[in-house]
Design a protein. Structure first.
Lengths: 110, 112
């Protein structure tokens, strides 16, 4: 059974803080993704990675960075959190078939 | 124009009804297509892939029309447990690999 886990379900941070969101998958998938989901806007791709140490910008990378030092782990970093980054963040992994999502992290930036 | 467009709904239908959702996509080079289901406060999960010839999985039927660039999902004999948001997903092969683009979802509410 594929499992994608995220470090926190709920997170509250203050404006200007550095925020780390961690994602781990246990299926040896090459591809990993970070999305944010907002009402009326759907899922939007922030960054993705198709191999260790590789990263590609998605549709809305501004204000975010990522790190993929190990195949199973993909981290999303908010260098200086802002209130407009309050959102649900979903990590996903995929090989050649189905894309599996983690349970999501609801981040609130005050 | 959005890459993937869906009617947000909600579609409120009685139990046992048949309901259909459509989704249009803008990039004719899109290669594969999916429907995902997302329950309230949960992550999206794959419902079914959509094949060119159309495919069926129990009460669910998916169809693809490449000429008109739309896909559809038909649910027969709706159950209360079908209440969810249904996401249309389109896959495009880019220089960086396969990229999935998600629609904003269509909300279905099945009522007694």
């Amino acid at each position: 059974d594929v499992k994608v886990t995220q470090s926190s379900r709920y997170l509250v941070k203050r404006t200007g803080e550095k925020v780390f969101l961690e994602c781990v998958q246990d299926m040896d998938h090459e591809n990993m993704f970070w999305y944010r989901q907002d009402p009326g806007l759907g899922l939007r791709l922030i960054y993705f990675s198709y191999d260790v140490k590789m990263k590609e910008k998605g549709d809305i990378p501004e204000g975010y960075s990522v790190s993929r030092e190990k195949k199973e782990r993909f981290s999303l970093i908010l260098e200086s959190a802002s209130t407009n980054q309050t959102s649900m963040y979903l990590c996903a992994s995929r090989s050649t078939g189905e894309q599996y999502f983690g349970p999501g992290t609801r981040l609130t930036v005050l | 124009r959005k890459e993937v467009e869906q009617d947000p709904g909600p579609f409120n239908v009685p139990e046992g009804a048949t309901v259909a959702f459509n989704c249009t996509y803008s990039n004719s080079a899109s290669q594969s297509f999916f429907w995902y289901r997302q329950d309230c406060r949960k992550e999206p999960k794959l419902l079914m892939s959509v094949y060119s010839s159309g495919n069926e999985d129990g009460r669910f039927t998916a169809q693809l029309n490449r000429a008109s660039q739309y896909i559809s999902l038909l649910i027969r004999d709706s159950k209360l447990s079908d209440s969810a948001t249904y996401l249309c997903v389109v896959n495009l092969l880019t220089g960086g690999g396969n990229k999935l683009t998600f629609g904003t979802g269509t909300q279905l509410k099945v009522e007694l």
